[in-house]
Design a protein around this ligand. Structure first.
Ligand code: NDP
Length: 329
């Protein structure tokens, strides 16, 4: 027997249950991983609340973790029991002591990264990789806007932007978070509770505004994001922390300067093992060189049994950087 988090109806954090289950043998292309650190992602709250409801109940939750290979399926030769690995996938169930994962969703965890660093940086780092390197290729010296810059994805984005020689303007919800984003490499910050985002972007760019905005906040920043873009700029809407953007009048894009909008997902960029390897090699190289540092605050490491509390804290906007569930904590 092992422990996992499951839920049988969507709702608040209270729907999450810590239960016993019997792990099944890995399928032919799967790897059975004993999770040592599990990444908490804001997307987990969308799944739990019903914004992205699971297809069947009871359902597991969570999409990334780092741990040790226990068993492999008959068709797997690229990893073996005892290997240290990290994985990210859209299928749910990583909030668990033991989890079976398709080989193509998993990478060998470099020796210089702890399980905690791996689980705190893999899904979020791969996300920053596709956003800054593929959805729109950020160039050295380029000024751009990135919302929620002190969050898990955000602090990695600040550091990655600095490594690229680019100038990230980070929006944040408090002065303390502004300081954290600055320390991580943000060129400038905007506290969106105090300042007008589009006005500040215009000031910071001498009226030019930016070619790309990365917006994971959604509903509450949508208009400001569009207003921060220069003519034919690109709006990258990649999350809904404040609620989804719905009912968009496309004429708005014309009125605001022939803008482009995309709504990407990590799993549209990581579709096979080759794409995963290529993106994770770039991420691991920046982590290995120290260009990107991952530190998880002690108060943001939760026991697996405390997933309810972890979700409450994440949704209350009290966290900065990544948060983890640690089996056995
Ligand atoms: P974060 O650690 O960034 O937490 C979310 C942050 O959003 C909060 O800390 C808060 O920062 C900000 N926020 C703004 N408005 C609200 C609100 N009304 N309620 C709660 N938080 C709010 O989470 P992650 O790093 O896990 O993810 C960041 C975003 O990226 C999420 O929206 C997620 O869905 C998205 N994402 C998208 C992916 C994709 O491929 N499309 C992949 C991975 C993540 P502050 O206090 O500074 O406002």
């Amino acid at each position: 027997m092992a422990k996992r988090i499951q839920f049988s109806a969507t709702g608040g954090p209270e729907v999450l249950q810590y239960v016993d289950f019997t792990p099944v043998e890995p399928a032919v292309d799967e790897v059975q991983v004993e999770n040592k650190a599990i990444g908490i992602n804001f997307i987990d709250t969308y799944v739990r609340s019903g914004l992205y409801a699971p297809a069947t109940f009871p359902s597991g939750l969570g999409t990334e973790a780092a741990g040790i290979v226990r068993k492999v399926g008959a068709g797997v030769s690229a990893v073996k029991p005892g290997d240290r690995v990290v994985y990210a996938q859209s299928a749910l169930g990583a909030y668990s002591e033991i989890h079976n994962v398709p080989l193509e969703k998993l990478a060998i965890l470099p020796d210089n990264l702890s399980f905690e660093q791996g689980a705190a940086s893999f899904l979020k780092g791969l996300t920053v990789h596709y956003l800054l390197r593929q959805t729109y290729e950020i160039k050295p010296g380029e000024i751009f806007l990135f919302h929620a810059a002190a969050g898990g994805v955000g602090l990695i984005a600040c550091q990655w932007a600095k490594a690229l020689g680019a100038k990230l303007i980070g929006s944040v919800g408090s002065d303390e978070k502004a300081e954290l984003a600055k320390r991580a490499g943000a060129w400038a910050t905007i506290n969106y509770h105090k300042e007008d985002i589009a006005q500040r972007v215009a000031e910071l760019t001498n009226g030019e505004k930016v070619s790309v905005v990365y917006d994971s906040v959604g509903k509450s920043t949508w208009q400001d994001s569009l207003n921060s873009l220069k003519r034919r700029g690109l709006m990258v809407s990649f999350g809904n922390a404040s609620g989804p953007v719905i009912g968009v009048d496309l004429a708005l894009l014309n009125q605001k300067g022939s803008l482009y909008v995309t709504r990407p997902s990590l799993y549209g960029y990581i579709t096979n093992r080759q794409e995963l390897q290529s993106a994770s090699n770039e991420l691991f190289s920046l982590l290995g060189s120290g260009a990107i540092k991952i530190e998880v605050k002690e108060e943001q490491k939760f026991a697996l049994a405390d997933a309810q509390k972890a979700h409450q804290v994440l949704e209350s906007r009290k966290t900065s950087g990544s948060s983890l569930l640690i089996p056995g904590l």
